[in-house]
Design a protein around this ligand. Sequence first.
Ligand SMILES: [Zn+2]
Length: 108
Amino acid sequence: MTYFPFAERRDTFAFTCTHILDGEGEIRLVTHHFDDGSYEFLCGEEGHAAAHAVIITIGELLDLDPSIALVSDLPVGCCAMRKDKQSPWEFSKLADEEWYPASQGRMP
Ligand SMILES: [Zn+2]
């Protein structure tokens, strides 16, 4: 079995955008929602419309960009951002959601 760092199953659905799938953008914004535990992996550009939303599995996203393994312990109610693929992830709390730590040590 290949290494899979997320607590979710490989075939758990997550939201991404067409820019990631088309290779136009890199995953630069990851959001883990408090209410339903859903993940979003977006390119981080402004102005996404519903037409840009795509649902695929976390496993497929990890194959696309293995560096998202570094955010596999992102607590719910939090997001991670980076400038580009070479930059470190920066974790922060979502302003309008509750959160609790999925693991220790990440949050301020
Ligand atoms: Zn996008």
